[in-house]
Design a protein around this ligand. Structure first.
Ligand code: C5P
Length: 232
């Protein structure tokens, strides 16, 4: 898969997500389904969106004992998602088990990426709550290297970290980056943002864009603008 724009469909119900997706009569965007929509509507929402011709990033961030993650990933692979994720904090053994579970009998599997440290975790909370005392940048890079060692395809990271991740883990190791805003748009609650064009320059493989598209007056035009800036 090449560079692409993934639209974060952070909606609370099937009705809302379909009202949004119905606007896309031309190119079908790659969509991200998160916990809120998945827990509200169940696996059927994944099947229905897939049936409409969209690629799917199922953002459920698994983190449990290796055996449970393996069995759960096996269920997700049968849902025919294109990309899914887990927490690198679950250890290399958990990530290896995830790959095993995700691999279908014919040897194919969805792409699997890791969350390193959530962007809501800062140095202070990592030290005080998690008792991790290394600099957060090094923790992120170490978790990315662990993901690579376990055979994963990439990580979710800030566009500002994408270059460093590629340096440490190789050009083929995918960087999937949220925190994208248009130069003339609202930043909202995101702190460190980049435009789609900057994310492209810095080497992100996929950008995850939510509100700049979902809350736009013309979501299709906003999506096409992202694609033009990032992919073309
Ligand atoms: O609306 P917005 O463009 O900020 O949406 C970004 C999406 O990426 C949301 O679904 C958010 O949960 C997700 N995300 C993020 N920052 C991370 C990881 C995921 O914004 N570090």
């Amino acid at each position: 898969m090449g560079k692409d724009v993934i639209v974060a469909c952070d909606f609370a119900s099937a009705e809302q997500v379909f009202a949004f997706l119905d606007k896309f009569t031309g190119r079908k965007p790659f969509v991200k389904i998160g916990m809120e929509l998945f827990y509200a509507e169940g696996p059927q929402i994944v099947r229905e969106i897939k049936k409409r011709g969209h690629k799917i990033f199922l953002d459920l961030k698994l983190h449990d004992i290796p055996n449970t993650v393996k069995k759960s990933m096996s269920v997700l692979s049968r849902l025919d998602v294109d990309l899914c994720n887990l927490h690198a904090a679950g250890t290399v053994r958990m990530m290896e088990a995830a790959i095993e579970g995700l691999t279908r009998p014919d040897g194919t599997r969805p792409l699997l990426i890791a969350v390193t440290q959530l962007t809501s975790t800062d140095q202070e909370s990592m030290e005080n709550d998690l008792l991790i005392h290394e600099p957060i940048d090094e923790v992120v890079m170490h978790y990315a290297a662990n993901a690579k060692k376990a055979g994963l395809d990439g990580v979710v990271c800030s566009p500002l970290e994408a270059g460093k991740v590629h340096e440490r883990c190789g050009a083929d190791f995918l960087t999937v980056t949220p925190g994208v805003r248009f130069a003339d748009g609202d930043i909202g609650d995101q702190k460190r943002v980049m435009t789609p064009a900057e994310a492209k320059r810095i080497g992100s493989d996929y950008i995850v864009v939510g509100r700049p598209i979902t809350a736009a007056e013309d979501p299709v035009a906003a999506y096409e603008r992202c694609v033009a800036e990032f992919c073309d």
